[in-house]
Design a protein around this ligand. Sequence first.
Ligand code: HEM
Length: 358
Amino acid sequence: MKTHVMQADCRPATNRRHGLWKVWTASLLGLLVFATPLMVSWQVMGVNPVQAAFIDNTNPRANYWRAVREGVSGYTAVVGQETDVLIQNSGENWRQVRNGIITTFGAGLLGFTVVALVLFHLIVGKARLGDRTGRKVLRWTLFERILHWFVAILFIILALTGLSLLYGRAVLIPLMGPEAFAAYADFAKDAHNYLALFFVAGLVLMLALWVRENFFTKVDWQWFKAGGGYFGNQHPHAYKVNAGEKIWFWILLVAGIALMISGLFLLFPNYGFDRSTMQGGLVIHGIASLILVAFSLGHIYLGTLGNEGSFEGMIGGKVDEAWARKHHDLWYQETQEAGRAAPKVEETPAVQPPPQAT
Ligand code: HEM
């Protein structure tokens, strides 16, 4: 009968010892590899690996600051809006929106507008009047002109000081140096804050005064289809305010109201507004003002270089009859039919003929 011996390990005993030796050597080497850095850190940096493994030695200050960043409120003797919140974490998000999206959007928008206007001027050029008649039509009363220039001059100052505050760090500090910029920014901020109140009063009055004549009618659609008469020889009909001017008016109204309301929030922070309201206000204020500055560049171009004869109307109040017929023919007719033409259309003596030789 054959007996089956279990072949547990048939290798010679010397071979088996050899294998165990290898296992031991590998284990010791492994231990050395892991233990050395732990020992070094213990000795050199004072970090006890056993403690590090079993004891929660998280830096207590980290927990404290984490809570602060999460907006946990504490106790303060100062009574006021959010005075118990040490750090408003969303302030960092707001900073990134302001210094990233808004400034980039603004620079792109203003750059695009300037390039578009230069191209328009080079390609289309000034809308010339041709032969003037020499007869003048009253277009803007003295009150309207004073109001227009009051608002316009304040707008320009507010735009320049506001843009200085938005782009000062990126553009003005490298140009002027930090000390000169600090002095200028101090002045710019005060000018911006105080003049804004006069601007609000002027703008509200101007919008209220001119809103009636700025509602769109069917005529305006035709004006748009004819490209405002800037392309080709077509002169589309228009009443006192043409469709392009109406667009400017409504942008001024909508963005102007957003600008004024957000600006008032920023001017009077002590009336119970929290920091998130102020941050939202600053974002709206920045976007509305950049849109208005871009459109105002278009308006200023069309009121000066773009159209012969418009600027003199806003300075002296009167425009040449040829200008009125060309740009605002329906309004011109209205002034004639209403009998307003007589006092408003002045005959200016034509050039005197030279004395006849006898
Ligand atoms: C240097 C700057 C400016 C110049 C040269 C200028 C020029 C003019 C001119 C010539 C007109 C009369 C257009 C016509 O008779 O049809 C006008 C109208 C007007 N301007 Fe200005 N302007 C300037 C700045 C501003 C600013 C900053 C605002 C507003 C913030 C403004 C708002 C208006 C409005 C609402 C009208 C009424 C007609 C329209 O809607 O275009 N202007 N401007």
